[in-house]
Write a protein that binds this ligand. Structure first.
Ligand SMILES: C[S@@+](CC[C@H](N)C(=O)[O-])C[C@H]1O[C@@H](n2cnc3c(N)ncnc32)[C@H](O)[C@@H]1O
Length: 232
């Protein structure tokens, strides 16, 4: 997978408006250092900075220079390593965050071990990933995973327990979790059409409010949010 090409094909939509509840609960009760692995354009880092920036020192990690540049333009500190191995001191973070990356990882158990390696013993890992319940369908497709939300997904987990099992295999204990409906933002469809028609992407403020605000539920697709603690 060429992650810079992916960054150009799938621009990140500015739809993260609040800290996800499981993460918010955890960060509100503590202070420390947090690493966002696969931080993309830094949208979540910005939301975390606004909500928890006084108590938390935030760093991003990316495999894509394109994404890292976009996140730095938002003011974040981001380290890059194309191999996916985080080039920082192991066990040096109180919290490691990874949203919508594990479903792209060729070896998800190795990816979970990398998240666990970066968090201190007793520290926490927060992961979000889609869960495709029985009967779920979306119009994209690839040879490895069949019908999928995003053709670059190597897999989509079929249950929350399947996600938790991968984290537990890396030496993490699940301490909090949440399953919510996945919604498709109409803004994503609009941006995709503009790309296909080679029309320029308007600044977020100029996009029609209805398109920015409208979210359509995708039947039987859920998002699993998990907070897990490094055992030793
Ligand atoms: C679907 S995007 C998710 C971005 C962001 N975390 C979010 O939730 O919107 C996946 C991101 O993970 C990055 N990525 C892919 N494999 C990675 C890895 N092994 N380690 C770190 N980042 C990775 C990609 O470059 C991309 O920015």
């Amino acid at each position: 997978m060429d992650w810079d090409e992916y960054a150009l094909t799938y621009p990140q939509i500015d739809d993260e408006e609040a800290v996800p509840p499981v993460l918010h609960r955890h960060m509100s009760e503590r202070t420390g250092s947090a690493l966002d692995v696969g931080c993309g354009d830094g949208v979540l880092l910005s939301v975390l900075h606004d909500a928890h920036g006084t108590g938390w020192n935030l760093t991003g990690f990316e495999v894509s220079q394109q994404r890292a540049t976009a996140a730095r333009l938002r003011g974040h500190q981001v380290v890059v390593q194309e191999s996916g191995t985080v080039p920082l001191e192991p066990a040096s973070f109180d919290l490691v965050i990874s949203t919508h990356v594990i479903e792209h990882a060729p070896d998800d158990r190795a990816y979970a071990r990398e998240l666990c390696r970066m968090v201190r013993p007793g520290g926490f890992v927060y992961v979000e990933t889609p869960v495709k319940l029985a009967g779920a369908w979306y119009f994209r497709r690839n040879p490895q995973a069949g019908w999928v939300l995003d053709p670059t997904h190597v897999r989509e987990y079929r249950s929350p327990a399947a996600v938790n099992a991968v984290l537990m295999s890396a030496g993490l204990d699940v301490v909090d979790e949440d399953l919510t409906q996945i919604r498709f933002p109409l803004a994503a469809a609009e941006l995709l059409c503009r790309r296909i028609l080679k029309m320029p992407r308007p600044p977020a403020a100029q996009r029609p409010v209805g398109i920015r605000a409208t979210q359509v539920p995708i039947p039987r697709y859920r998002q699993q949010a998990v907070l897990a603690q490094r055992v030793a």
